[in-house]
Design a protein around this ligand. Sequence first.
Ligand SMILES: [Zn+2]
Length: 250
Amino acid sequence: MEIYWLFVFFLFGITFGSFYNVVGLRVPKNIPFVNDHSHCPNCNHRLRWHELVPVASFIWQKGTCRNCDARISPLYPSMELLTGLLFAYSYFIFGFQLELITAILFISLLVIISVADIAYMLIPNKFLLFFLPLLIIMRIISPLNPWYDMIIGAFLGLGLIALIIIVSKGGMGAGDMKLFFVLGIVLGWKQVLLTFFLASLIGTIFGIFLKSLRKLKRRQPIPFGPSIAIAAVISHFHGETLLELYLSLF
Ligand SMILES: [Zn+2]
């Protein structure tokens, strides 16, 4: 049965991931997404259902539009696949517990924010404001231990990034600061610190990697949101183990 549910959550994930791509790309530009059909951004060809199957369409169309042969960004299938894997992994880790709902909401927020940050270099308030009350409710019915860790975590996350904004004069933005407030609610104070540490590490590796590919111009900023998102998901799933491992080194 476990395999069956893993597969169900994976399918859920790639379907929602497909929707999150649309949300992350359209909402920051105020493009309606509910009643609007999907079009090829190059030739405006209206996409049919078989061109909208998550991941699979991209593969059998070899990453191009069927009408005009324009390349489709690999961002779409990557995000769909990632959301599918993360939903399945959430079920694998938490099973049918309340924390599974928290994980699904948390991953949804982080995927949408990553899409928006990669596309536009911004973390829109709308997304944070939509998920904030949902995540607070989840932290009330499925609390951290102790319960007020959500409050300490939120303000520690906010304060830490505020400090970095002041010290680095623009190394991070207000969007990152608000995001860390939300992360703190879900993760608590220890794991929000772990997230910050891991995000810096991932961001640095990512930066070196992109520079080595010579894809970046000098001083071109790199969106930090995806690194934060990866770090936050790792902290939510395995933060306790990682912190124990770290403390056992001393
Ligand atoms: Zn096209």
